[in-house]
Design a protein around this ligand. Structure first.
Ligand SMILES: CC(C)(COP(=O)(O)OP(=O)(O)OC[C@H]1O[C@@H](n2cnc3c(N)ncnc32)[C@H](O)[C@@H]1OP(=O)(O)O)[C@@H](O)C(=O)NCCC(=O)NCCS
Length: 166
């Protein structure tokens, strides 16, 4: 069977209910306690750097980037990345991450942080930070705190607290 032909575009305000529904089903109520959620709490995601995959007009996957600060440096937080369960493993997740990183780079951003699985995000340009070099406003397994440098060496010597930008 041919893989589904997803379309990719910027997220629109009208996509919000469909994306919230994806989050609720993928992460459940526990999502509100995650360190990454706390970093995003009350802060709007970046409208130009958040993308969806659609199939026949319906939102089936989403990625958001949100402005944060690491120490004194501006950065972006990637997440949530979520794919409708029926469409997992068909490339939408990786494609959305690549689109979001390209848009961030084009927009002059230098650093993208996330909390996630290194085996998945490593090939997309993310690497582990030295344990506790960057701390989050909540518990996070240091092996899952990953950074992508959008310009060479942007993360060299990076330390500090990741904080919301309000
Ligand atoms: C994780 C998720 C976003 C991946 O998106 P996807 O569209 O299903 O993944 P893709 O099709 O882009 O990539 C699939 C590949 O990644 C691998 N993969 C998926 N999740 C992985 C993980 N957690 N760790 C390592 N590899 C993973 C698959 O095995 C597959 O490998 P293959 O290409 O060698 O077959 C999706 O499964 C999802 O929504 N999961 C629930 C929510 C979640 O956990 N989000 C991530 C929060 S950090």
């Amino acid at each position: 069977m041919n893989p589904p032909e997803f379309a990719y575009r910027r997220e629109l305000p009208a996509d919000d209910p469909a994306i919230e529904d994806l989050h609720a089903r993928a992460f459940g109520p526990g999502r509100f306690a995650r360190a990454a959620f706390r970093l995003r709490e009350g802060v709007p995601h970046h409208p130009d750097l958040s993308f969806v995959a659609t199939l026949e007009g319906r939102v089936v996957a989403s990625v958001r980037l949100t402005p944060i600060r690491i120490g004194t440096l501006p950065a972006l937080l990637l997440g949530p990345l979520v794919v409708e369960p029926a469409f997992k493993g068909k490339g939408a997740g990786k494609k959305l991450v690549r689109i979001a990183l390209d848009a961030a780079r084009t927009g002059g951003h230098r650093l993208v942080l996330l909390v996630g699985d290194e085996p998945y995000y490593g090939p997309l340009g993310f690497a582990r930070l030295p344990p506790y070099a960057v701390t989050l406003p909540g518990p996070a397994d240091p092996a899952r705190v990953l950074i992508a440098s959008l310009v060479p060496n942007a993360a060299v010597g990076l330390t500090g607290r990741a904080e919301s930008v309000r």
